[in-house]
Design a protein around this ligand. Structure first.
Ligand code: OSB
Ligand code: MG
Length: 368
């Protein structure tokens, strides 16, 4: 296989409602889409880097720059046997996993399309449908939060994650447990606490949460090890797990009991699968995280979620939770039991709507 041409394009999409975390409030996304031409077959992926370097050091502009000036020259003109080999071709560049993942995942889509098989099958997936949860952002009031959760439960979602931050934590969870005593509930702090806050995090244990996601520093395994020793509730790591080596260290050192795998954060399907396998060998359940993706990123997340150890509901939810109109056909829909059916067509199994994508495009660059 050889990549003959790459197209980068930035689209702007307004969210149906603002999404607020301990890091920032987002009203519209700037999304980098990647199209590769692999031996005449087109593959698509989305770079999940955000508008700011607040979740990870990467953001859309660094991703675009690294992609064009460093990743593309490493792979341009190179022959490789499968998409699984792309990661190694890029290894001279350190970090920039979201940029690498976008390139790698687009090649996986092209390979699956070229072979006429669903991407889920090609990466070793085993499920026909995946279990869905939602990530609910920070709201103005407790009533507003409870109403938002009620709406998601009515739509069928199997578990609810809420975002928390200092000052907006215990009372949120207390209120939701009052209104919804039996739901699968978890919290995500996006690194808003330090180890000194452990007594407060300990108090959350009274509300039988499924897990507490990334409470402490984005790159601080040590503090999570110390915290997990003091908590019975499982810690789930997100930001900290950006490589197979970090995953191994986190598992062996007891920094977490669950891992959230995000394609972009770990650098693509090949590494995601290796982390998945490692977790499976150690009895660590995984689930697929989200990055407020358009349909193209969402489609890759659906494929990833079909691997056997994705046994907990992920943050992969319906297009209409985010967008008035998505950029794929069909849109991602969730059943009343909170599942998404895995498409059976070749590649990601959803067709990018080229006319709509072009209308939303604010910047486009061809690399050849
Ligand atoms: O921590 O999982 C996170 C969104 C942006 C950055 C980080 C996170 C999130 C989410 C949203 O929780 C998940 C989604 O619905 O796509
Ligand atoms: Mg998270």
């Amino acid at each position: 296989m050889r990549i003959h041409e790459v197209t980068l394009q930035e689209i702007r999409m307004k969210l149906v409602a603002p999404f607020e975390t301990s890091m920032e409030r987002t009203e519209a996304r700037r999304i980098l889409l990647v199209q590769v031409n692999v031996d005449g077959v087109t593959g698509w992926a989305e770079c999940v880097a955000g508008e700011s370097p607040y979740y990870s050091p990467e953001m859309i502009d660094t991703a675009w720059f690294i992609f064009r000036d460093f990743l593309w020259p490493l792979i341009k003109g190179k022959e490789f046997a499968t998409a699984n080999d792309v990661w190694d071709l890029l290894k001279r560049v350190r970090g920039h996993n979201m940029a690498k993942a976008a390139l790698e995942a687009a090649v996986w889509d092209a390979e699956a399309r070229q072979k006429g098989v669903p991407l889920a099958k090609l990466i070793g997936g085993v499920r026909q449908e995946i279990a869905c949860g939602v990530s609910v952002g920070i709201k103005e009031s407790l009533d507003e939060l409870a109403a938002a959760v009620q709406k998601e439960l009515a739509a069928g979602y199997q578990r609810v994650k809420i975002k928390i931050k200092p000052g907006k934590d215990l009372e949120l969870v207390r209120r939701l447990r009052q209104d919804f005593p039996r739901i699968k509930l978890m919290v995500d702090a996006n690194s808003a606490y330090t180890l000194k806050d452990w007594p407060l995090l300990k108090q959350l244990e009274g509300f039988y949460l499924m897990m507490i996601e990334q409470p402490l520093g984005w790159d601080d395994l040590y503090s999570h090890i110390e915290l997990q020793k003091r908590l019975d509730t499982p810690i789930c790591l997100d930001e900290c797990i950006h490589s197979e080596e970090q995953a191994r260290a986190a598992i062996e050192l007891g920094a977490c009991k669950i891992i959230n795998i995000k394609l972009g954060r770990v650098g693509g399907h090949a590494v995601a699968r290796r982390i998945h396998d490692l977790c499976q060998q150690h009895g660590i359940p995984v689930w697929c995280g989200g990055m407020v993706e358009s349909g193209i990123g969402r489609a890759h997340n659906i494929a990833l979620s079909t691997l056997p150890n994705f046994i907990l509901p992920g943050d992969v939810s319906a297009s209409k939770r985010y967008w008035e109109e998505d950029i794929i056909d069909p849109e991602v829909a969730v059943s009343p039991k909170g599942t998404i059916r895995v498409p059976t067509g070749p590649g990601i199994g959803f067709e990018p709507r080229l006319d709509r994508i072009d209308k939303l495009t604010v910047r486009k660059e061809r690399l050849a």
